[in-house]
Design a protein around this ligand. Structure first.
Ligand SMILES: Nc1ccn([C@@H]2O[C@H](COP(=O)(O)OP(=O)(O)OP(=O)(O)O)[C@@H](O)[C@H]2O)c(=O)n1
Ligand SMILES: O=P(O)(O)OC[C@@H](O)[C@@H](O)[C@@H](O)CO
Length: 441
């Protein structure tokens, strides 16, 4: 059967149980991807698209919510995986395969986080059936049929563009390629009575991971020829390519970050990695104040485990800090009201910077002895609380730190060290409970 003659419904009736996609699918015009290391021109002659199987129930987590829909910092895990692919400019289309009853939730997620180049199709009762539906969906429109298909479990969010490039290039050259990792435990075979039969020599084996890549024809033909038993019990696409197309996949060792979220503990690990990736850098805005500049200098020397950039404002070239994954520490003198901080919040909102993950903004209020008037203290906490609750709606987490400028060098040094520790913890933990609080350093 010539690939070009096969229609989606022909394949559907024979090999994959799901109905035709309930949603016609959305292929919005995709903006050029964000920064990546391989220009899209490299792939102009062989378009690359992606299938993200996300139709499972995540039983092994023991949770009601399938793990791909568990939220981290207000966003479902699958949105992080989609983001990892949509920012790669040489990837044309992303097909997400979800259980029928999750199609609407998936569409809402795509709308909420403005994901692009994404189409949603219904999954099947097994992973192979889901992947098959995704592959068929990619081939449905001849003009959009890719030359290379990357298949990647939706619950492996930490995938890097460089490794995707290696897999795509190997698949283009050899027909199939897959990620592998060294085995952590030794593999053993058991007798039917549950005793050891024999153990495998661990050094000779590897764990098969994702992403995997295939030329479209190879993975299409593999699914066209495989058996019901493959669909029901199989777990390895590379095996199908070898068994039914004689295509021997190139195996490429990937980084440890390719691991799959499977158990509940993996969700905690994933959240910690996501938080760590968002907490690496902060931009200190001094407003041109001499005291603020010296505080910034002290912060740079302090134990802050965050990369600091120090700028007087976010104007001109400094506006670039609004676009990256920077957090902000705005230092202002005792007389400057919250309006300066508000300007930073407005700039962040205008850039929609917090759409995909919360941005931390810390207002450090410098005060001197005669400034600590009762009225000053009472007025500002209320003001920052109001401002913070408005900012929170836009996923911006605003915290306050009151720093008393002591003339005593030792006391000042201690205060600066406390500001560094508090700021570092706020950026790392992003605690909702402390949003809008004016903490005393
Ligand atoms: N019928 C299925 C089963 C699994 N998957 C997807 O395949 C990937 C890897 O499978 P696995 O980790 O086993 O996910 P689950 O099957 O959901 O997990 P469990 O076995 O614990 O239920 C996941 O992204 C999962 O959503 C799928 O698309 N369709
Ligand atoms: O078997 P599960 O459905 O838990 O996970 C799928 C994995 O087996 C699969 O992603 C890799 O082994 C590569 O095939």
């Amino acid at each position: 059967m010539n690939l070009m003659e096969v229609s989606h419904s022909d394949m559907q009736s024979d090999y994959c149980e799901a109905d035709r996609p309930a949603h016609p699918g959305i292929f919005p015009t995709c903006e050029s991807g964000k920064s990546d290391h391989h220009p899209p021109e490299l792939f102009v002659d062989f378009p690359v698209s992606v299938v993200l199987p996300a139709g499972g129930t995540g039983e092994r987590t023991g949770l009601q919510t399938p793990k791909q829909f568990c939220s981290f910092l207000g966003r479902p895990l699958i949105s992080y995986t989609i983001q990892a692919f949509e920012r790669v400019s040489w990837i044309q289309h992303i097909v997400v395969v979800v259980a029928k009853e999750k199609m609407d939730l998936m569409m809402d997620t795509i709308q909420s986080f403005r994901h692009r180049k994404v189409r949603v199709v219904p999954g099947g009762s097994t992973r192979h059936r889901s992947i098959c539906n995704g592959v068929l969906a990619l081939g449905e429109r001849e003009e959009e049929r890719p030359k290379v298909v990357i298949i990647h479990d939706a619950v492996r969010p930490f995938v890097e563009e460089d490794f995707l490039y290696k897999i795509a290039m190997a698949a283009k050259e050899l027909g199939a390629a897959g990620a592998i990792r060294p085995l952590v435990s030794t593999v053993i075979a058991t007798t039917s009575e549950g005793y050891l039969d024999h153990s495998l020599e661990r050094a000779k084996y590897r764990a098969s991971e994702m992403p995997q890549g295939f030329t479209y024809d190879v993975i299409y033909q593999a699914y066209k020829r495989c058996t019901e038993s493959d669909f029901e019990f199989g777990t390895e696409c590379l095996h199908l390519a070898l068994q039914y197309c004689g295509t021997n996949a190139k195996l490429i060792e990937g980084p440890p970050t390719l691991w799959k979220v499977t158990y509940k503990r993996d969700l905690a690990a994933a959240e910690s990695i996501i938080k760590e990736s968002l907490s690496r850098s902060a931009c200190v805005i001094t407003g041109g104040l001499a005291q603020a500049a010296s505080l910034a200098e002290e912060l740079q020397k302090a134990s802050l485990d965050v990369e600091l950039a120090v700028v007087p404002d976010l104007k001109g070239d400094n506006a670039r800090y609004l676009f990256k994954e920077w957090n902000f520490i705005h230092v202002s003198g005792s007389r400057s009201p919250l309006t300066e901080v508000e300007a930073v919040l407005v700039a962040l909102q205008e850039e929609n910077r917090a759409l995909l993950h919360p941005v931390v903004v810390i207002w450090v209020r410098l005060s001197s002895t005669d400034e600590l008037s009762i009225s000053g203290r009472v007025a500002e906490p209320a003001a920052i609380t109001d401002l913070a609750s408005r900012a929170k709606i836009r996923n911006i987490l605003l915290y306050g730190i009151q720093l008393h400028q002591s003339k005593d060098a030792g006391r000042w040094e201690g205060s600066v060290s406390r500001v560094a520790d508090i700021a570092s913890a706020l950026i790392r933990e992003r605690s909702p409970a402390l949003v809008g609080q004016l903490l005393q350093a």
